[in-house]
Ligand binder design. Structure first.
Ligand code: ADP
Length: 881
């Protein structure tokens, strides 16, 4: 069927041409034929009318004229032309009338007979036509006889003959007229023939010319039509050839693809497939074509396949159409293989088809499994590495505990200045080593996924004040301006992990100070959007190149090891900060320009924050005269204070003197500026105090103790820089309530009073150094503890005598602290409910929980912070504690 169609298309042009030629010829022939017939009909009609008229005329003459003239005895003769006073015989009249008509027109009229009058010259039969006509009409007097003839001059004529029948008036005359060949004529006898010869050439010529014109125009139209048809067909052929080429190209592309490609119709019947179906599915193309696609679909999809297609067609909900899915296929051998299947919908005219591209992913899947295995191994070994590092750092922390603790104790003894200097160096080296170890420990914990954050509600200003205080000494040591600014509308308390937030801020501020030699470092706390708090640490330091910024947050990365070597550090701080920020649900980023400074910023979600603002403006407007040291942060302070209803009037020492200010206006004096300008600061401050009722001296940490006593005497308040907002109203109005806050936040002092002289404490510690350290610390608190070297010994002692408190190391030989505590709680010892405080260097996440789980009451991490230990003892040893 298809081939026949193609054959028709191929031979359409010649077929149509042939049909046209045949059609035109037929039409032409019909036209000629019809018009010929028509012409003959016309000619015949014409001749009949003509001869009819002649006959009528003759009859009229014979029946009307002749009887009339006969009444007047006018002789009637055939020779009327030669005999005067006579009229012609009707026959003679007809013959001469015919001659006359013939003479005047193209028509030839003749009357003749096979029995002519003897006197009639040329009245007989002359040619074949006349003889045939005579013979025919004699037998058929009512008929007519015709014949078309071509004359010698080429004229075509129609010869029309009718019988000349004797009427009543004629019979007597014909029987009696002299010279008659026959005397027994009867009524109705055929006397002769009346013939009209009519030329038809002109009619035919006109007709043929018109036919020719019609023919020529038809041929021209046919040629034009054929040409156009030819063009259309040629175009069609080109398009078909192009389509065929495209199809071949598509087919060869399809065949060159390693993926199997299958085209199906709406019923799922396979219409086309490429050769790769053999490799992928094991089917030859001809085996697959015609089958339902379900042959390659494994159960359970096979059962629902028809439904999928139907549902897609009716509802348009695609399951696989339009995207690549990872599914399975069934090969000819019955094997189920993993495949990536991409199905698309294609319209061929109004026929909906689906094309499926099937990729065998068996190998990829295998490789993926291998990769996953390798990745798991890598993750495992990285985890092991991190755990090892964590353990290592933990192990190092234990002796560090001894070094730092002992050095601290040593510094409390009387030393020569040189010894003090050396000891301080040991302490600061140990402190920085501990910082490094803590970083490694934190990092390892994060890497090992063991660092968890502990969210709690935190007083924002107290946290920031504390952070600023922590980093202030290093900024002051480098003579760098330090400060922080906060939008007063920020919430007073936020939910976060204070330890980790503090760690991030200290790291960023510490870096800012470390990498800035001149200028300022400050912290800005704002809210970018509702529910988001942003912290930014800005410095005017050395800056970081774009290249450096890219690797900044990676572990162990220092932007330029040569230039930063002088600054020390492990390259872990930012990596840890990034991870901590992310653990807290935020993002950290940096903007920096080499030589100009950096801006590190991170945002945290503000979930669980209270609506109360962190800072409240002063109830009444306050004016403050501030003699600042060339402070780069001056404008920021003015702006910040303005938000708190405090108008800052910046002065130099000179201008302050001349300003004649209201003595009630509080005056802040920056000690750095005084020392820079005057050799005798004390007398200057004294002078100023004489003119102003409230004078505060802004000093650095180190200078505080140096100046506090002298200033007290002058009635001048000593304030430790930089500004801390928790204390601000007290700083402005020293009589206000929060007087103690300054004391607490800036002067942490160890409470060394003698406590609980009667309290019986058991120290359980295996490590000798740590034993000594703990004993020394406890002695300073007035305690003389008993010592046990391990858990076992502790249990024995606890079974013998009552104690008030146990300080229990966790990891010990023979019996560790956890087991000992558990056994104590499970025993019926007299000390069964005694408070047990863990002393442990195990800083890994979960250790604290482990302590509580074993029945301990509290937790002090090593290296022991004397203040923390003191606080815990106060808590647990207080009479109702
Ligand atoms: P560390 O400071 O211990 O080397 P960090 O991770 O905190 O490690 O910092 C990595 C590196 O990033 C630093 O060594 C320094 O090169 C660069 N860097 C960090 N902060 C700053 C800063 N504020 N200005 C210039 N460089 C900085």
């Amino acid at each position: 069927m298809k081939r026949f169609y193609l054959w028709i298309v191929d031979y359409l042009a010649p077929i149509i041409a042939l049909l046209l030629v045949v059609g035109i010829s037929l039409v032409f022939w019909l036209h000629i034929n019809t018009s010929e017939r028509h012409l003959n009909q016309v000619a015949l009609e014409d001749a009949r009318n003509f001869s009819g008229s002649v006959a009528q005329f003759r009859n009229f003459y014979a029946d009307t004229i002749v009887p009339a003239v006969r009444q007047h005895n006018v002789p009637i003769t055939h020779d009327y032309l030669n005999i005067p006073g006579t009229v012609p015989l009707p026959a003679t009249f007809a013959i001469d009338f015919g001659d006359k008509l013939s003479f005047d027109s193209n028509y030839n009229v003749r009357l003749y007979s096979d029995l002519p009058f003897s006197w009639r010259k040329g009245g007989g039969l002359h040619d074949e036509f006349e003889r045939d006509a005579m013979a025919y009409l004699r037998d058929n007097p009512e008929a007519y006889f015709i014949r078309h003839e071509t004359l010698e001059d080429g004229t075509r004529v129609l010869r029309y003959a009718v019988a000349d029948i004797l009427t009543e008036s004629c019979v007597a005359c014909h029987n009696s007229y002299p010279g008659t060949p026959k005397t027994d004529w009867k009524l109705g006898d055929v006397r002769g023939v009346l013939e009209v010869t009519r030329p038809v050439s002109s009619l035919h010529i006109k007709n043929e010319a018109s036919a020719m014109r019609t023919f020529v125009s038809m041929v021209v139209m046919a040629v034009v039509a054929l040409l156009m048809l030819g063009l259309v067909l040629r175009r069609n052929k080109q398009t078909t050839a192009e389509a065929k080429r495209q199809q071949q190209k598509t087919q060869s592309i399809m065949d060159s693809v390693v993926d199997a490609i299958i085209v199906i119709d709406e019923k799922g019947r396979v219409l086309e497939a490429n050769h790769s179906v053999l490799q992928v599915l094991g089917y030859r193309v001809d085996e697959l074509v015609g089958q339902n696609i379900k042959v390659i679909v494994p159960e359970p999809d096979k059962t629902y396949h028809d439904e999928y297609i139907k549902r897609y067609i009716s509802e348009g909900h695609p399951k696989v159409i339009g995207f690549t899915r990872h599914v399975e296929a069934l090969t000819k051998s019955g094997k189920v293989i993993p495949i990536d299947l991409a199905v698309s919908e294609v319209w061929e005219g109004n026929k909906r088809l689906f094309t499926g591209v099937i990729r065998d992913v068996t190998e990829r899947k295998k490789a993926q499994i291998e990769i996953e295995k390798a990745r798991d191994q890598a993750v495992q070994s990285a985890k092991m590495k991190s755990e090892f590092l964590a353990n290592m750092s933990h192990e190092i922390r234990t002796p560090m505990n001894g070094v730092i603790g002992m050095t601290g104790l040593l510094l409390d003894t009387s030393l020569t200045p040189e010894q003090r200097e050396l000891t301080l160096t040991v302490k600061s080296s140990a402190d920085s080593l501990l910082g490094i170890i803590n970083d490694i420990l934190d990092f390892s914990k994060i890497e090992a996924g063991k660092l968890e954050i502990a969210l709690e509600t935190v007083d924002l200003i107290a946290l920031l004040d504390g952070v600023i205080d922590m980093v202030a000494p290093s900024a002051q040591a480098k003579d760098i301006s330090l400060g922080y600014f906060i939008a007063p509308s920020m919430p007073a308390r936020i939910k976060t992990d204070p330890v980790r937030l503090r760690q991030i801020l200290i790291n960023l501020l510490g870096n800012g100070i470390k990498f800035t030699t001149k200028g300022a470092v400050y912290l800005n706390v704002t809210s970018l959007a509702a529910e988001v708090i942003q912290f930014e640490v800005i410095d005017s330091g050395m800056g970081i190149s774009e290249e450096g910024q890219a690797k900044l947050f990676g572990a162990f990365s220092q932007v330029d090891s040569s230039s930063t070597r002088g600054f020390g550090g492990t390259g872990l701080g930012l990596a840890i900060s990034r991870q901590l920020v992310e653990l807290l649900g935020g993002q950290i980023a940096v903007e920096s320009q080499l030589g100009k400074g950096s801006r590190f910023y991170f945002s945290l979600p503000l979930t669980g924050a209270v609506a109360e603002p962190c800072l409240r403006p002063m109830l009444k407007p306050v004016r403050l005269a501030w003699v600042m040291k060339d402070n780069l942060l001056r404008d920021l302070y003015i702006k910040q204070f303005a938000q708190l209803n405090i108008e800052v009037m910046p002065f130099s020492l000179m201008t302050l003197n001349e300003a004649q200010l209201d003595p009630a206006i509080p005056v802040w004096l920056d000690m750095g500026e005084i020392i820079r300008c005057y050799d005798r600061p004390l007398s200057l401050i004294n002078d100023i105090k004489a003119h102003h009722s409230s004078v505060s001296l802004m000093v650095g940490h180190k200078q505080a103790s140096e100046w506090r006593e002298q200033m007290n005497r002058l009635g001048v308040k000593v304030r430790i820089k930089p500004v801390k907002y928790a204390n601000l109203s007290h700083w402005i109005h020293p009589s206000s309530q929060s007087a103690t806050m300054l004391q607490q936040s800036t002067q942490p002092e160890l409470r060394t009073e003698i406590l609980f002289e009667q309290a019986k404490v058991l120290l359980v510690e295996d490590n000798l150094v740590n034993q000594k350290l703990a004993l020394a610390l406890l002695k300073r608190l007035g305690l003389s503890p008993e010592v046990a070297n391990n858990g076992q010994q502790a249990l024995e002692l606890l079974a013998e005598q009552p104690f008030d408190l146990v300080l229990m190391d966790c990891q010990m030989p023979i019996k560790d602290g956890y087991t000992a505590t558990k056994e104590l709680r499970d025993s019926d010892s007299i000390n069964k409910t005694i408070p047990v405080i863990a002393l442990t260097a195990n800083a890994m996440q979960g250790d604290e929980e482990r302590c509580y789980a074993s029945g301990m009451n509290d937790y002090v991490a090593k290296p022991i912070n004397p203040q923390v230990l003191s606080d815990k003892l106060h808590h647990w040893l207080k009479p109702n504690g």
